[in-house]
Design a protein around this ligand. Structure first.
Ligand code: DON
Length: 569
């Protein structure tokens, strides 16, 4: 046995892989299956949140009831990204096949203006759009959950939020990852607020954090509904705190906020029908563009993360992100030629100049021409209920703990989503993304997002719910996860864990998760003119997903990169 192991080890070490060929099937690790359950599944960034969502389903609630509870449970136990002070998007598919989406994205305050983050020389001041009161967009999360509840909920808000209040009162246990993050950001919390706020203390793994202020806020929301946040005492406290720190959000901004139902972007990829988020997120449009551009290539034959597969995916990503930066923004403010952008005719033309011998240079590529056109924190959760309804939800404060501005009397952080606007055309935001006029700042406009909550049907039946945080890498992480299952036949768990790479047109570099790609493949890419980067420490996505298995049971895939947990029944 030992000898066999040794021989195998030697053969692996001495094996010179051919970058053109998929890694030999015999060296492939055994597939890892995630949590499998018969009836229902919740996968989210925190065990407490998945558990609360699952309990709501067990009680007879549907996926939308579970959404309300899970979203708020993440706000308590995952303040890094879970929120009352941020926004998000949800895509749904009901058991009868009906689909839809809700946009509860933050928007610019009435006092916002195009050059608000530029200094007197016209240069961007990144801190201003990223840290503190001026970075905050008008929050949408509470409007979002109430809108969802009003349209589809079956249990009362009190039933849904009581377990969340209990979680805030009794506390949640800090994980090692959380300890590191809280430690890392502590100085910024103190600088932005003061040293008396809850998160200015030093916490260690296994400590319990109780948040009575947030419990009180949630209790008022249970009592007074949505208006508590947008018109009531809570709203007034948000405005007072932001203004005391020099910000410009007013009660009028909160009063005027509305979540919006949107038509999701839908497209086919082979025998899949993909349902994803429409603008003001770029997620669905970019995902559609990339998948349509790669559809003619036989990725399953080329193999997972082989030279050819990486090249094809990278080149499609390059072209989609170039279009993103020019065409996409808030659809209530700019005309977006979505149908053309995701049409076969347009996309086949976009790949005309692609060739496998040599990388296209991003400097040689711009957005495609369309006749007649004028012109890092987030968290994701997926839920499928026992009735066959499915949702995919991504919600965010933008950066880690958002603007770091924490309203002490209310117990939560406020977003820094204003940085997702293009502060100045041609100048990158915190994710290195470029924007143009379509994503310029204007009062009440929603900033362009990359969030890509996605549902996938296979042969007309529900097949997958998937999504991730990761700023600009969200779209490409969702893409690779779908391909991992569809083309490379991975389990949901393996698909979310698999090493990822990312390209976004500019900067003209392909980033790879460190120490997880074949060195021969990376060398060959360099020879073909690709600039590669394995040093990047930022994680490429933290994907959560659910796969409907052939026998109808559900496999939860919770990304190993986080504390994510799948719980079902
Ligand atoms: O909406 C967006 O695209 C960004 N605000 C998302 C931020 C994010 O994913 C940060 N997480 N790593």
């Amino acid at each position: 046995m030992r000898l066999l192991y040794l021989l195998l080890l030697i053969s692996i070490i001495s094996c010179k892989t051919n970058p053109e060929k998929p890694i030999d099937i015999e060296t492939k690790p055994e597939p890892v299956l995630g949590v499998v359950e018969k009836n229902a599944m919740v996968v989210s960034a925190r065990e407490e949140a998945s558990k609360i969502g699952r309990d709501i389903l067990k009680k007879g609630g549907n996926v939308f009831d579970a959404m309300v509870a899970t979203e708020m449970a993440l706000a308590v136990s995952y303040p890094y990204a879970g929120n009352l002070g941020g926004g998000g998007f949800m895509v749904y598919r009901k058991a009868n096949g009906e689909t839809g989406a809700i946009d509860y994205r933050e928007k610019a305050p009435l006092a916002a203006f195009k050059d608000m983050y530029l200094d007197k020389n016209g240069d961007p001041i990144p801190e201003k759009s990223q840290l503190g009161s001026m970075a905050v967009g008008v929050p949408g999360t509470i409007a979002g959950i109430f809108e969802v509840h009003q349209k589809f909920g079956t249990l009362s808000i009190k039933e849904l939020l009581t377990p969340v209040v209990q979680l805030a009162e009794n506390g949640y246990v800090i994980t090692e990852k959380q300890e590191k993050r809280l430690q890392h950001f502590k100085e910024l919390f103190i600088e932005t607020n003061n040293d008396t706020i809850l998160y200015a203390k030093t916490y260690k793994a296994l400590d319990t954090i109780k948040n009575p202020m947030l419990a009180a806020t949630l209790n008022r929301i249970i009592k007074n509904g949505r208006d508590e946040f947008y018109k009531g005492e809570t709203g007034q406290k948000i405005v007072d705190y932001i203004q005391s720190k020099g910000g410009v959000i007013t009660m009028e901004d909160l009063n005027k906020y509305e979540a919006k139902w949107r038509d999701p972007v839908q497209f086919t990829y082979k025998n899949l029908n993909v349902i994803s988020m429409s603008p003001p997120s770029s997620g669905g449009v970019c995902l559609a563009q990339i998948m349509k551009m790669i559809e003619p290539y036989d990725l399953s034959t080329y193999g997972h993360n082989t030279l050819k597969s990486i090249q094809i995916i990278t080149e499609a990503e390059r072209r989609a992100y170039a279009d993103r930066s020019f065409y996409l923004g808030d659809p209530d403010f700019v005309k977006i030629p979505i149908d053309t952008l995701i049409s076969d005719a347009y996309l086949s033309g976009r790949m005309n100049d692609f060739n496998l011998e040599k990388a296209t240079l991003s400097s040689d590529l711009s957005y495609g021409s369309i006749p007649g056109y004028e012109s890092s924190e987030t968290t994701h959760y997926s839920i499928i209920d026992q009735f066959g309804n499915a949702i995919s939800v991504t919600t965010t404060l933008n950066g880690a703990y958002g603007s770091k501005l924490y309203v002490p009397e209310l117990g939560f952080f406020l977003n820094n989503e204003m940085d997702d606007f293009s502060a100045k055309p041609g100048t990158p935001n915190m994710f290195g993304l470029l924007g143009a006029e379509a994503n310029a700042i204007a009062p009440e406009k929603r900033m362009l997002s990359s969030m890509t909550p996605t549902l996938v049907e296979k042969d007309g039946e529900l097949w997958m719910s998937v999504g991730t945080p990761g700023g600009s890498t969200i779209i490409t992480s969702v893409l690779q996860t779908i391909l991992n299952v569809k083309e490379y036949e991975m389990t949901m768990q393996d698909a979310v864990n698999a090493p990822r790479f990312h390209h976004q047109w500019l900067p003209d570099v392909v980033i790879f998760e460190p120490d997880s790609f074949d060195k021969n493949v990376l060398d060959s890419l360099k020879l073909k003119g690709y600039k590669t980067n394995e040093e990047e420490t930022r994680v490429i996505g933290k994907v959560d997903g659910i796969l409907v298995l052939p026998d109808g049971s559900l496999e939860g895939g919770a990304d190993k990169r986080g504390d994510d947990t799948a719980i079902g029944f």
